[in-house]
Design a protein around this ligand. Structure first.
Ligand code: FAD
Length: 452
């Protein structure tokens, strides 16, 4: 009897405990199911569909090199797996554990046939809890607690052989799934920056030890390539965090980086406690916040999405996002804060836009970071803390970053590029600020004051 290997955001052969367990039992049927209905409004976004197409292609090639293959099916996850079991005579399914609420529902529906393995996080999150046994809601406490679980176990090697079943079940083809954008094809910039698949993910993870010591100094500078750019690979599980950890060689010198890597674990822990965190304010008090909603807000949202707010750092970030499917973390913070505080638009609008545009869009990471910036979340940040985009841009020396992504401003000197309006050098092709900083700040604080 073959065993089913159910693949989700774990599209790899290295350090794949579910694969190791399945291969140990005999013939393996690796399957990926596209189930847009299960996730509801959190079905995979546009940029990620591009990534998924290429990542699944790469995974199938890696499996074929081991005389195996990837079976593709579309439909309700639990029903599809049940029918695959019937077709193939398989009685067991191995999979890696995930924390998105729709995955947990599908896992429950599969009952005893499913065996879950830990492997997509640094630690088993059910074990990193408060004294009362509940998940942490504040990162600093989580970070202290996870130390007891580090280092994570050494990564597992790829099984020597992955035995094929006597008969392969039918499979869709990727072209049936239409994951790649057509008319217009907005994904052209993606291929310049990214190569989806395990090979590139592993190469990046193994090269990263060279730069990690400078991470703490460089990570906030958008003009430099000071971060690992592992996020889409980690989200799709093309490399495991354990592999990333052990590839560092000297983890003690990489504390600042490991702290950020642990944020991934933290956000999954938040989902354990609050599975609907992507849709619901962590603090219900904010349900009454008077977000702007009319035609003016719609026009402002569009200007933000298109990178035409008149704030160069915000516009650079939003254009980087659209073109490359990724945005520098410091700039994610600035653009998110700008939408929520300066434009007084509900954080969920921004979260949705990021979901559709990011190649690393991740339900937990996206929701927790948006709520943290908005100040609506369960952690300690406050709505009244308003980032000043223009001084952030200067402080983190974003001039070259702006020149790269906002070509209208490329000839401006560093002193004027952060705020061309104020210096009287705004080119006609570049929009004026859609709102002044002081006015925006007062409006946001007045809105927050209505909650008291
Ligand atoms: P590095 O700095 O090299 O960090 C290494 C890894 O640690 C990242 O790949 C990521 O997996 C993890 N990590 C780092 N910072 C964070 C963080 N703050 N929260 C959670 N994990 C982190 N990250 C996503 O992966 N998906 C998202 O959908 C996402 N949405 C975000 C939305 C907003 C508003 C903000 C402010 C941040 C968001 N982040 C998200 C977190 C962070 O911006 C990205 O993980 C990071 O920029 C990815 O680049 P990197 O791989 O070079 O990161």
């Amino acid at each position: 009897q073959p065993t089913i290997l159910w693949l989700r955001q774990d599209l790899r052969l290295h350090d794949q405990p579910a694969l190791v367990a399945a291969a140990h039992e005999g013939a393996v049927i690796p399957v990926y199911i596209l189930d847009d209905a299960a996730a509801g409004s959190w079905a995979i976004g546009g940029a990620q569909r591009w990534w998924l197409h290429h990542s699944l292609t790469a995974l199938d090639e890696a499996l074929q090199a081991k005389h195996s293959r990837l079976i593709l099916r579309r439909g309700d996850t639990a029903a599809t797996l049940a029918s695959l079991m019937q077709e193939t005579g398989a009685t067991r399914i191995h999979a890696i554990r995930h924390y998105e609420p729709w995955w947990r529902e599908a896992e429950t529906a599969l009952g005893d046939a499913l065996e879950l393995h830990d492997g997509n996080h640094l630690a088993r999150l059910e074990d990193v809890t408060t004294g009362a046994g509940t998940p942490f809601k504040v990162f600093s406490s989580f970070w202290r607690a996870i130390q007891a679980h580090l280092p994570p176990p050494e990564p597992l090697p790829v099984p020597h052989t992955i035995a094929a079943p006597a008969h392969w079940p039918a499979s869709d083809t990727l072209t049936d799934w239409d994951l790649l954008p057509t008319a217009p094809d907005w994904s052209q910039g993606f291929a310049t920056d990214w190569t989806p698949g395990e090979a590139d993910a592993l190469a990046k993870a193994h090269d990263w030890h060279r730069d990690v010591a400078a991470y703490d100094r460089r990570r906030n500078l958008p003009s430099e390539e000071g971060t690992s750019r592992l996020s889409p690979h980690l989200h799709h599980g093309e490399v495991s965090p354990r592999t990333v950890y052990h590839a560092l060689r000297k983890p003690a010198e990489a504390a600042a980086f490991l702290r950020e890597l642990a944020w991934r674990d933290f956000t999954s822990g938040v989902l354990l406690a609050l599975p609907r965190y992507g849709d619901t304010n962590g603090r219900p008090k904010y349900d009454a916040l008077p977000w702007r909603k009319g035609a003016g807000a719609k026009a402002d949202l569009k200007a933000w999405q298109q990178g035409r707010t008149g704030y160069p750092i915000v516009d650079a970030g939003m254009r980087q996002l659209w073109t490359s499917g990724w945005m520098h973390n410091r700039v994610r913070m600035i653009t998110a804060s700008f939408l929520v505080k300066h434009l007084l638009i509900d954080w969920r609008e921004g979260e949705r836009w990021f979901w559709d545009c990011l190649v690393d869009a991740d339900y937990g990471n996206n929701a927790v970071n948006w709520q943290w910036i908005a100040g609506t979340g369960v952690d300690a940040n406050m709505f009244g803390r308003i980032m000043a985009p223009l001084s952030q841009s200067e402080k983190f020396d974003a001039a070259d970053y702006i020149r790269e992504w906002v070509p209208e401003l490329k000839d401006l000197p560093a002193a004027a590029i952060h705020d061309p309006d104020d210096h009287g050098v705004r080119p006609a092709a570049y929009p004026a600020k859609i709102i002044g900083h002081r006015e925006a700040r007062e409006r946001a604080l007045a809105a927050a004051a209505t909650l008291r």
